[in-house]
Design a protein around this ligand. Structure first.
Ligand SMILES: [Zn+2]
Length: 165
């Protein structure tokens, strides 16, 4: 791991400073890891990752790679803007996130259509008038209401035909 710090060196003065600082940090970390269980474990896991990366070999580039690359660049230049837009849209829709987003929009639309009462009521329906009422008047009105209900019951019994039941 400590050898790999050298890979960052690009010859500039900023690169040299970064390299020096990186080397100092690496030495500090190494000294700290001697007495720290957590950091020494982390360093071991990093070494394992570096070892795996050392084993990885990039695929060889085919001998006509550059020729194919320049041909594709030329083809894309000769395409009209409509073809390029269609290609970009096709690539965009092919991403797995897009169908998921469209499905979410459909579900949300269905929910809103199903629960159209979700829209806020106009303020005129909500407005209420509260008036002070004295207890005697309220009592009288309740009596009137009871009387009306009794009248309704009597009316129901008198209009009911005896044979219709
Ligand atoms: Zn530590």
């Amino acid at each position: 791991m400590f050898k790999r710090v050298l890979l960052c060196h690009d010859g500039t003065s900023a690169g040299r400073r970064a390299l020096r600082r990186g080397a100092e940090l690496a030495i500090e970390l190494k000294a700290h890891a001697v007495s720290c269980e957590g950091c020494s474990g982390w360093l071991r896991s990093q070494s394992a990752v570096w070892a795996l990366l050392d084993e990885w070999e990039p695929a060889a580039v085919s001998f006509d790679f550059e020729r194919k690359l320049y041909r594709k660049i030329d083809e894309s230049r000769s395409q009209s803007w409509i073809e390029r837009t269609a290609q970009a849209l096709t690539a965009w829709v092919a991403q797995p996130v897009v169908p998921l987003a469209l499905a979410s929009v459909l579900v949300l639309t269905g929910f809103l259509v199903d629960h159209h009462s979700f829209q806020p009521q106009p303020a005129t329906h909500v407005r209420q008038t509260i008036m002070p009422v004295d207890a005697g008047q309220l009592d009288k009105e309740l009596d009137d209401l009871q009387l009306l209900q009794q009248l309704d019951l009597v009316k129901d019994e008198t209009t009911r035909q005896p044979g219709s039941m």
